[in-house]
Ligand binder design. Structure first.
Ligand code: SF4
Length: 298
């Protein structure tokens, strides 16, 4: 059997044909393509999970600070606050904090797993690890979630884009939220179609979001967008799990997101020439950093 797929519909058909989950299709596809044994494919993903856990724990327990000194320490702040009956719920706050932690570690030159990019690397570990803690999910379950996320992420990469420079932040934090929502649904026992519904709901919520990093650094607004992406993923997963569907099918949502991305002007695609990056405060920050770098070069 050929486990390759190009669209969400093809992926669901493969699942239905053998009554298997999205993660299982992805594992078999990886085994075929890389001609690798199942244990090795899974071991590779286990090591990604390990790095994700390490980066999230580091950002939640150590006061990391970025080289620019623009970020660091806010993930810890939100995580401690999460126990004080926050308005958005303790679990949402913890997942958002864990998502921020990973991107803070990235900004401090630490090791992370791009999911799908460094700028959006917090959402998937944030929601999976924190929900895993709350629900006692095993590492094996989390690994299945990562394979599911990988399969859905591949659909975005093939049929749209996962690059902020090509399609705006919707392609980074939006896709990260979408693949995280799919993973949460699969581990929670939802069907493959529900996984795609969750992903579609998440990306629709963020379609058109621009990429406008202040001073060209993956810190502001990236870190807080990871927090929001975690909340987006969790609510999208809950909507799909309770039986809410996406009126526009997943594959069409992906194409629409790509078309919107192509229409986003270059100023809003990672050039730091528009949006938040073009505000007076951002310009001051950027010139301060330039001066600091100039002094370092002297
Ligand atoms: S704003 Fe740009 S650099 Fe930051 S996470 Fe979004 S796409 Fe990535």
């Amino acid at each position: 059997m050929n486990y390759d797929f190009k669209t969400g519909i093809e992926l669901v058909k493969l699942c239905d044909a053998e009554d298997i989950k999205i993660s299982e299709v992805m594992i078999r596809r990886e085994m075929d393509i890389s001609e690798t044994a199942r244990e090795d494919v899974i071991a590779e993903m286990r090591s990604s999970l390990h790095v994700m856990r390490e980066s999230s724990e580091k950002g939640l327990t150590e006061k990391v600070q970025s080289v620019s000194r623009l970020s660091g320490g806010e993930a810890m702040k939100l995580y401690s606050y999460a126990d004080a009956e926050p308005l958005s719920g303790s679990h949402t706050c913890k997942a958002a904090a864990a998502a921020m932690a990973v991107v803070e570690v990235n900004a401090a030159m630490g090791r992370i797993v791009a999911a799908p990019t460094a700028g959006a690397s917090g959402i998937l570990p944030g929601v999976l690890l924190e929900t895993g803690k709350a629900r006692n999910w095993s590492d094996d379950q989390l690994i299945e979630g990562l394979f599911c996320a990988g399969a859905v992420g591949m659909l975005f990469a093939k049929n749209a884009t996962i690059s902020g420079a090509a399609g705006g932040c919707q392609a980074e934090t939006g896709v990260a939220a979408a693949i995280s929502a799919a993973a949460l649904v699969e581990i929670s026992g939802g069907s493959p179609m529900q996984c795609l519904d969750a992903a579609a709901i998440a990306i629709k919520n963020i379609e058109g979001l621009v990429c406008d990093p202040v001073a060209g650094l993956v810190e502001c607004p990236c870190i807080k967008r990871n927090a929001m992406g975690a909340a987006n993923a969790m609510l999208s997963a809950d909507m799909a799990l309770c039986g809410i569907t996406s009126l526009i099918p997943f594959d069409e949502v992906v194409v629409s997101m790509y078309n919107v991305g192509r229409d986003i002007r270059p100023e809003y695609r990672e050039t730091s020439k528009g949006g938040l990056a073009a505000t007076p405060t951002a310009k001051l920050i950027a010139s301060g950093i330039k001066r600091m770098n100039g002094r370092r070069d002297d």
